[in-house]
Design a protein around this ligand. Structure first.
Ligand code: FAS
Ligand code: PHB
Length: 394
């Protein structure tokens, strides 16, 4: 089989790229290792920046998002027994975010691709990519019990952190940067109506907690836990009690979450990771295949979207004019945004989480930083601009 653009991975990056190329009249094939149900039900991100929403609308995936997505104009920070709201539009010239789960984004994009896009093959595991530095790279994959070949003009690795495409970039030209954190998140989904209008990020000496949502009847909540935590050690009541303890404030000591059946429970490690460059010859990397951020800044999914928006624009320029100027600039263009998001995610994570080893001095520094955000519109604007997403360039 031959295609112009071979896309490895049917997560948000791969699926959005396929749709962006389809709209531009460029053919592609998506190879996804897992089955459809697994990909559609993998619990991950929940916050979409405006640029991500705009891209989904532009490729025809905006209808349900516009019906069911929840626009949010701010977040609440809780620390030192107090609460402070960060208002996005007034601090960013009108920007906000939309709460719409990654599972729903993936469902919408898969339905579109199957209905009117190029081939999207599930249970098609890519084994290797050969000829990255030639004009016709070759993807070897296993599908329906047979090893098969896809020849391409370009190959895009959208295969996430555990994918294979990064291996096509020789160690001699590749640099990786990594930081792991001394804590993880225990994430739950619960059939419990959120008693809060907007997301709550809580710093407490017991550890970090985040209250998000999936709908008016489904809560999405996270607790900082030690690395290696077994979700089985956290029965539902223990989770609810700990969440209430971490969200407690002096101003409303009776504030409690509404409880309900926990339908999903998982521990998520925290990692910062970047691999440079995001391109070698005819092979490009996008999304988690190239970079990972701790989810505290809600950047992961949005960075993946930003990469493929830039890449689709560059491939369209190449198809229309033959110029590879934007393709040649892809890695540098994306890495500027990636490193900004890496820093913001690191800032949110290290400011809001209580490292078990940290000193009392470091805790006071965290509280001082949070106080600064709560009392300075300039400091609040810096957080709001990064959280709602900086303008796309390139
Ligand atoms: P993905 O990992 O989503 O998709 C890669 C796809 O490639 C997968 O479907 C995989 O099956 C496929 N693949 C891998 N190897 C392959 C091969 N050899 N052949 C074919 N296919 C292959 N971000 C947030 O903003 N907020 C969150 O709360 C949040 N929570 C997360 C929780 C978890 C457990 C994880 C792992 C990530 C979380 N993230 C979160 C980040 C997440 O949303 C990613 O940023 C997002 O999924 C990136 O999308 P992709 O780059 O498409 O990678
Ligand atoms: C989520 O809703 O899953 C979510 C929201 C904000 C984050 C991380 C995860 O920072």
């Amino acid at each position: 089989m031959h295609t112009t653009v071979g896309i490895i991975g049917g997560g948000p990056a791969g699926l959005l790229l396929a749709r962006l190329l389809h709209v531009a009249g460029i053919d592609s094939v998506v190879l996804e290792r897992r089955d459809r149900s697994y990909v559609e039900h993998r619990q991950r991100a929940g916050i979409l920046e405006q640029a991500t929403v705009d891209a989904l609308r532009a490729v025809g995936a905006g209808a349900r998002l516009d019906r069911e997505g929840m626009p949010h104009d701010g977040i609440e920070l809780r620390f030192g027994g107090r609460a402070h709201r960060i208002d996005f539009p007034s601090l960013t010239g009108g920007r906000n975010v939309t709460v719409y789960a990654q599972t729903e984004v993936v469902k919408d994009l898969i339905a579109l691709q199957l209905a009117e896009g190029g081939p999207l093959l599930f249970e098609a595991e890519v084994i290797s990519i050969d000829g990255a530095d030639t004009g016709s790279p070759v993807v070897r994959y296993r599908h329906e019990g047979r090893e098969q070949i896809l020849t391409c003009d370009y190959v895009i690795g959208c295969d996430g952190f555990h994918g294979v495409t990064r291996n096509a970039v020789p160690d001699s030209v590749r640099t990786t940067y990594e930081r792991t954190y001394p804590y993880s998140w225990l994430g739950i989904l619960a059939e419990a109506p959120p008693v809060y209008e907007e997301l709550i990020y809580a710093h407490s000496e017991r550890g970090f907690a985040l209250a998000s949502m999936r709908s008016p009847s489904v809560s999405r909540l996270y607790l900082q836990v030690p690395n290696g935590t077994d979700p089985g050690d956290w029965p539902d009541e223990r989770i609810w009690d700990e969440l209430d303890a971490r969200f407690a404030t002096h101003i409303d000591p009776g504030w409690k979450l509404e409880r309900g059946p926990v339908t999903s429970k998982a521990v998520l490690p925290m990692r910062s990771y970047v691999t440079e460059p995001m391109r070698y010859g005819r092979v490009f990397l996008a999304g988690d295949a190239a970079h990972i951020v701790p989810p505290t800044g809600a950047k992961g999914l949005n960075l993946a979207a930003a990469d493929v928006i830039v890449l689709a624009h560059a491939l369209t320029r190449w198809r229309e004019t033959g110029s590879t100027e934007l393709l040649d600039a892809y890695s540098d263009t994306c890495l500027r945004r990636v490193w900004r998001a890496e820093h913001f995610s690191y800032f949110m994570t290290t400011t809001l989480h209580t490292d078990p080893e940290q000193s009392a001095f470091e805790t006071r520094l965290q509280l001082s930083q949070l106080e600064r955000v709560a009392t300075s519109k300039h400091a609040a604007a810096e957080l709001a601009e990064n959280y709602t997403g900086l303008p796309l360039s390139g």
